[in-house]
Design a protein around this ligand. Structure first.
Ligand code: NAD
Length: 435
């Protein structure tokens, strides 16, 4: 049993804290956001993540998990402090480290016993050394025995608990092997490969992994765009490619592209690091550009299908950047809605979890309570997130409700042939029936 403090209770911090508590450790989760902490103290989850509420309440009841806004309370007797605060994009695409700095300074101010500081946030290569420097400078002459370990997180929103408990690997980087070994102990029961390396390599593994996954999606989208012109079907192409063991099937779904709180900012931050150090990240630039264009292509399709967008009614199914989350950060739907509203379209939308976030983001968006309300009176329906509940809709009913039967399936979720037979003008992404 280790006494742990997790700083930041967002998607990563809250899941990390609850999972470590579930594995038998004593965990104090800390956040500077009062509302978030008082919600958690009352058993209310500040984010939607399947299974989280139960995991939190179980471990709070067992006395292994607590929440606070007080650093002094959270850091009391802590052996390992995980920094899991946000690292959003700065104005040039660089990762903004102000929250990491503030967390590191608080540790330096309040801790006198030996401690391991773990960077779980995704941070630029070199940040581990920088955090050590921040702590040393803040202490002035006051001695503190501490080591910094990089432990990037690979969980996915929507399946975060399962990903944390069943990781493909755990990556640890440190200048001090003993410190990395101590953190490794926390993961031993998960029985997964543990890669122990130096700080900078561990930090780079996270960026390279996210950039590679984003590259696969942009790659298949580029292939899809070519398929569309040449009359091939990208879904079949991806299947045919993915069966090759050297390629594999995952992250080969053509559609509206990648979004969320990680891929966009991490690819941007990696490209920024590259430029800053005199290398030319041409592939990363192309990966980002293809992704931007992918959303615009939907607008072009709609404009062509409807002969213009001004005063047209458009229905959007799905707002979160992917299913099983309420997170709308950099979601494709956000840009699609912006572009549609800019061209004078009236937009209605429904999402199983992201309605509250959407309402705050788009005051002019009409929020509906189910897919049929969205379909009612629209000129076109656009699928932007492939939630399970959109897989089996009553399309005869939808056809009867819509003003014009145009469907843009931004996730290639539905059977185009069937929908065409039911009277829809159906357009997928990269499926050889381009507008
Ligand atoms: P988030 O925005 O959901 O949560 C960050 C939390 O940190 C917020 O609650 C905020 O109030 C808190 N915070 C900010 N400054 C603080 C401070 N000084 N002290 C205490 N708390 C503070 O962020 P997230 O999605 O959990 O991401 C955290 C980090 O993990 C990022 O670097 C991200 O890139 C990385 N990451 C995220 C995911 C993901 O799926 N969300 C996956 C892997 C890695």
């Amino acid at each position: 049993m280790t006494k742990i403090c997790v700083i930041g209770t967002g998607y990563v911090g809250l899941v990390t804290g609850s999972c470590f508590a579930d594995l038998g450790n004593t965990v104090a989760c800390l956040d500077v956001d009062d509302t978030r902490i008082s919600k958690l103290k009352n058993g209310v989850m500040p984010i939607y993540e399947p299974g989280l509420e139960q995991l939190v309440s179980q471990n709070v009841r067992a006395g292994r998990l607590s929440f606070t806004t007080e650093y002094s309370e959270a850091l009391k007797e802590t052996e390992i402090a995980f920094i899991a605060v946000g690292t959003p994009s700065g104005s040039d695409g660089e990762a903004d480290l102000q929250y990491v700095r503030s967390a590191a300074e608080s540790i330096a101010d309040l801790v006198d016993d030996p401690i391991i500081i773990v960077n779980k946030s995704t941070v630029p290569v070199g940040t581990g050394d920088w955090v050590a420097d921040v702590v040393r400078k803040r202490r002035g002459g006051k001695a503190l025995e501490f080591h910094v370990v990089s432990n990037p997180e690979f969980l996915r929103e929507g399946s975060a608990i399962n990903d944390f408990m069943n990781p493909d690997r755990v990556v640890l980087g440190s200048t001090e092997r003993e410190a990395a070994n101590k953190v490794a102990q926390l993961y031993l029961t998960l029985r997964c490969p543990i890669v122990i390396t130096d700080l900078r390599t561990a930090e780079m593994i996270k960026y390279a992994s996210n950039a590679f996954l984003a590259t696969r999606i942009s790659f298949i989208n580029e292939i899809g765009n070519i398929c569309e012109e040449l009359g091939a079907d990208v879904c079949e192409v991806a299947r045919g490619m993915g069966l090759d063991k050297r390629i594999g099937p995952s992250f080969l779904d053509a559609g509206l592209g990648w979004g969320g709180s990680c891929f966009p900012k991490d690819v941007k931050a990696l490209a920024h690091m590259a430029v800053l150090h005199g290398t030319q990240p041409q592939l990363l630039q192309a990966v980002m550009e293809i992704n931007r264009n992918q959303r615009r292509r939907v607008i072009v399709k709609l404009r062509k299908a409807l002969g213009g967008l001004n005063d047209r009614e458009i229905g959007i199914l799905g707002l979160a950047f992917k299913p099983n989350t309420d997170d709308m950060r950099e979601a494709p739907a956000v840009e699609v809605i912006h572009l549609l509203q800019n061209e004078g379209a009236h937009v209605k939308a429904y999402d199983p979890q992201a309605m509250e976030n959407a309402g705050q983001m788009f005051p002019r968006l009409t929020l509906c309570s189910n897919p049929y309300e969205v379909a009612d009176g629209v000129d076109a329906l656009v699928l932007t997130t492939e939630w399970n509940e959109f897989k089996q809709l009553d399309f005869d009913r939808i056809r009867g409700l819509m003003r014009q039967p145009v469907i843009i399936d931004g996730r290639n979720l539905w059977d185009g042939e069937r929908l065409r037979a039911q009277g829809f003008n159906y357009y997928g992404i990269g499926r050889g029936n381009h507008l």
